[in-house]
Structures are given as C-alpha cells and as structure tokens.
Design a protein around this ligand. Structure first.
Ligand code: GLU
Length: 418
C-alpha cells in the first residue's frame, strides 16, 4: 500500500512493523501479507446541514486483518482524518487485540469533520449516513465499531439504531461503547483511562516511586480525564493537564473534581482558575514521575524526547511517540515506557466484554468487569516485560513482537486460500 506512505502515521506504523518483523525474522512474503490492510472502504456522505445546504463529508473504514475473528476498532471524527491515518490506527488495533489475546483483527474508521463545528442534529445525520454506507461491510461477526476521538456513546447509539432498522430487530452487538441502557457494558466508558491508571500505578510500585507521585496528563477527553481520576485514586498528585486550548499547571496538585465541573460547563479546561496557564509543548517537558499523553498521535518527537522529565511514560493515546523519539528514549533507560498497544488496551478489552455480553444477552456486574480487566492487563504487562528481558529489547518492540507473532502464526496455520 505504497500510496498511503505519504501519511506520517501510516509510515510510522509501517516502520514499527518492519523493525519488529526484522527482529522476529518473519519471512519476506509473510511480511507483506501481515502488514497490508485487508480492506479499505472510502465513502462520501452527503448530509443536509441545519442551514438547508448539503455538504459532502468523506468517511473511511479500514479492516486490517480478518484472520482471528471479526475486526474491531473505533470510529474517529476529526478534521485531519485521512485514509493513511485510519490505516495506521487499524494496524495498531491489530497488534493491540492480538497482544491482549482478543479474538479480533484490527480496524478503524474515520470521518473528516470537526465535530465541534456541528450541531447534534448534523452529527446524527453524518453518523446515520456513514453507518448506512457501511452496512455491506460491517456486522457483529464481521466488523464491530466503538468510540474514538470525537465520538462517544451517543454516536454508538445512533449507529446501533441505524443498523438495527436495516436488519429488522435490535442488534446491540453491532457496536461497543454504547449507553448501558441499550446493551452497553458497565465500565466501558471509564475502561481505557482506568486501565492506563492501573498500569501506570503498577509501574510506580515496580520502580518504588512515591505513592503521591506527580502526574501530567496531555488530553482531558474520555481517556485523559479517567486516567487522571484513576491516578488520583491511587494517591498520586495530578499537577498538570491540557486539552486543545492549552494546559493548566499547579505543582500542589489540581482539584480534579472542580476541573471536571469546569469542563462540563465550558467544554474546555480554558479559564480554570486554580492553576497557571501552560502551553501543550511546555507541559510535556515538566518534571514529573508519570507522563500520560492521552490526545493525538506523534506528540513525543525528536525535539522533545530528550527533554521530557518523567520516570514513566504511559501512552494513553494511539501512536504518541514517533520513531525518532523512540530512538532517543532507547538511550534513556531511566524512562519506563508503557507502549500504547498495551497501555490503552483497557478500552478494547472491555469492548470485548461488551460484545460477549451482547451476544449472550447476559450482563455482568461492574466488579466482575474490572476484576477481569485488571487480570488481563496485569498478565499482559508481565508478558511484555518478560519478552523485553528475555531478548534485551525495549518495551515497545516486546509488545509489538508478541502481537505481530500471533497474527503471523494465525495466518500460517490457516494457510493460503485458494
Ligand atoms: N478506540 C479505542 C482504541 O483505540 C477503542 C476501540 C474499541 O473499543 O473497539 O483502542
């Protein structure tokens, strides 16, 4: 898929894959088979705006591999969405699901739209049109979507409704991350952020860092806000957070509840009075024990990787660290990296629980969900650390190598059709 390589995220995902394939010694012919996305669907979405005017949006869905089960992954609404980026995110979903031993291939969807510029009605029409265009390609045993950046429970409810109308009865298992009232799972909304906090806190214990460790979170959306709250629950002190409007810093620790209330009211952390304004770039390089990038990809770069001053880099976002930054981090063994495909996998793990509950129409208690989630995350972290120690490799290569090897093994044993 050389035509996608102009996209920096896709190039990054391919470079990561190539380096890991080299480490794993994967045969050349198998490399292309495992790397290339299986299906890429691009649709145009004509949607009537509130003004009466019709605007055509572009939507994508990339299903990376279908070897181990249905494909799984979020749907992103962002103005920078393009096919290459969606393909990169789909690939990362594949390794993430395989690493956690979920019976899925990776997928990702996206619509090129700035959701903040549109009314609820417009977003509903975009979502319903996108779902309807995708009906031939999705299904509970084919491809299951979930929220990602710019989408939420409401988006999933519209998708489920649109799909169910087409089929003729309610099909909750068509998406995960739905409201609990229509077949969503308890804990799904918090799962990614709480998973990040669980793993970061494990690392705090392993490195024998203080319980009231200082935490900085970039991004205060669904992942960042629950990660911050989760860290605070473990006794840590959240000293800085940010969103697109910039950051807020308070060395004494931020009052997260007050910040949540402020964000609920203003849809942004901008103007929160109990701290100093700080830019996103400055925030990332402040001294702290735990740094959690939980927003866009490629924010830890060649420019700032040597300047970050954390002991633990817990990657809540997908692809936050560039290849160049990774090379610098490899020279900084004092930083314990929890790579994205492990660190933020709590979301898709509980999505898996949601899908299983929907298929069985049998729902679990929240304690059961978090017990199972933490067991899988703890076990996966141990697996990654063991692989890293055994081969003397960095945590990212260790995590990727486990995920990629699983997909290679699946393709090898299934054989080639026809
Ligand atoms: N969008 C989330 C991710 O990037 C969740 C995907 C899912 O739950 O299917 O991992």
């Amino acid at each position: 898929m050389k035509h996608l390589l102009h996209n920096p995220a896709y190039k990054m995902a391919c470079d990561q894959f190539d380096a890991t394939a080299e480490f794993l010694n994967i045969p050349e012919t198998m490399r292309e088979r495992v790397k290339a996305p299986k299906r890429m669907v691009t649709v145009s979405l004509p949607v009537r705006l509130d003004s009466g005017e019709v605007k055509v949006f572009e939507g994508h869905r990339v299903q990376h591999h279908l070897t181990l089960g249905p494909t799984k992954g979020g749907l992103r609404y962002h103005q920078s969405v393009e096919l290459g980026e969606v393909a990169a995110l789909a690939m990362w979903m594949s390794w993430k699901c395989a690493l956690a031993d979920l019976p899925y291939g990776g997928a990702k969807g996206g619509v090129t739209i700035d959701p903040r510029q549109h009314s609820i009605g417009e977003l509903e029409r975009v979502t319903r049109r996108y779902t309807s265009e995708m009906i031939p390609f999705i299904g509970p045993q084919t491809d299951v979507m979930a929220p990602d950046m710019g989408t939420n429970e409401q988006t999933m409810a519209w998708m489920m409704d649109t799909y169910s109308h087409q089929i003729g009865h309610a099909v909750p298992s068509i998406v995960t991350g739905k409201p609990v009232s229509i077949g969503g799972s308890l804990g799904r909304k918090e799962a990614t952020g709480r998973g990040v906090a669980f793993l970061a806190n494990r690392a705090v214990d392993m490195l024998k860092l203080p319980n009231d460790s200082r935490v900085i979170v970039q991004g205060f959306g669904n992942v960042g806000s629950y990660a911050a709250a989760g860290m605070a629950k473990f006794g840590a002190r959240v000293i800085g957070v940010s969103d697109v409007s910039g950051g807020i810093f308070n060395a004494k620790g931020l009052d997260l509840q007050a910040l949540q209330d402020h964000v609920a009211l203003n849809r942004s952390i901008k103007g929160f009075p109990e701290g100093d304004y700080i830019s996103n770039e400055e925030l990332l390089i402040q001294p702290c024990e735990v740094l959690i990038p939980a927003a866009m990809d490629r924010v830890i770069t060649a420019e700032n990787a040597s300047k970050i001053q954390c002991r633990i880099l817990a990657e809540g976002a997908n692809g936050p660290t560039t290849i160049e930054a990774d090379a610098i981090l490899k020279q900084r063994p004092e930083i314990f990296v929890i790579p994205d495909i492990l660190c933020n996998s709590g979301g898709v793990i509980v999505s898996y629980f949601e899908w299983v509950q929907d298929l069985q129409s049998f729902f679990w208690a929240e304690t059961e969900i978090f017990d199972k989630l933490y067991r899988i995350l703890g076990h996966t972290l141990d697996k990654v650390l063991k692989q890293a120690r055994k081969h003397n490799i960095d945590h990212r290569t260790a995590a990727l190598s486990i995920g990629i090897q699983k997909v290679v093994d699946g393709k090898t044993i299934r054989g080639l059709f026809p």
